[in-house]
Design a protein around this ligand. Structure first.
Ligand SMILES: [Zn+2]
Length: 216
């Protein structure tokens, strides 16, 4: 369930349900759940997707980002730092700005306390609304207290959120998992602290192709 932080702020349904109606030509591109535990195996774990990865039209940048308030943990700041990391490595080409409502946001970051039996090691997830292989809206959900946070200090939990957000923002840009254990986009990306040169290269290649799409 989603945590409600603001006194007097009434919400009837989780923000993730506020998605616009999906037309026949729209699909929601669901990324594989994140796992960071060596024991759990997901059926597609480590396999490279052959699907064509969607992306934002470059004219949509700076993308507006709505981050649901989670003030008690310093998590919001960690998510903002993660957005800035992605922006900085592209020299600001892929830039982000703050949105003040979910409806007006390109990317929505929500928090959840929900845990799923058998998926206790999931740290975050990602839903992309995609039309004609272009991303129209991205929903990032970060789990507030996943099993991997057990025994961690509050600072370490903030750091885990930062890494989770780095990984999920990569998906929100249309990047699939990588097979390189040093990448943030490795399917167990939370073991890594920072974006790798390979992460950066994959993102730049993804969006250089996008520039050509606009010309044609
Ligand atoms: Zn992932």
């Amino acid at each position: 369930m989603f945590r409600i932080n603001q006194p007097g702020f009434i919400i009837n349904s989780p923000p993730i349900l506020n998605k616009p109606e999906i037309s026949a030509q729209t699909k929601v591109f669901r990324q594989k759940p994140e796992i960071v535990d060596e024991v759990l195996k997901w059926e597609n774990n480590g396999k490279k997707s052959s699907k064509k990865q969607p992306k934002w039209n470059i004219s949509r940048f700076p993308l507006s980002c709505y981050i649901e308030d989670e003030p008690s943990q310093g998590f919001n700041k960690a998510v903002n730092i993660s957005f800035k990391s992605w922006s900085d490595i592209t020299g600001g080409l892929l830039d982000f700005k703050k949105a003040y409502s979910i409806d007006n946001a390109d990317i929505v970051v929500s928090w959840t306390d929900e845990k799923f039996p058998g998926r206790e090691y999931e740290a975050g997830s990602n839903d992309l609304k995609v039309v004609n292989n272009k991303i129209e809206k991205a929903f990032i959900t970060i789990i507030i207290f996943p099993a991997i946070d057990a025994g961690l200090s509050s600072d370490a939990r903030v750091e885990r959120v930062r890494r989770t957000a780095l990984h999920e923002i990569g998906h929100a840009m249309g990047l699939d998992h990588s097979n390189n254990p040093k990448d943030i986009m490795f399917h167990r990306g939370i073991v890594n602290k920072n974006l790798s040169s390979s992460d950066i290269q994959r993102l730049m290649e993804h969006y250089q192709k996008n520039s050509l799409d606009i010309i044609t």
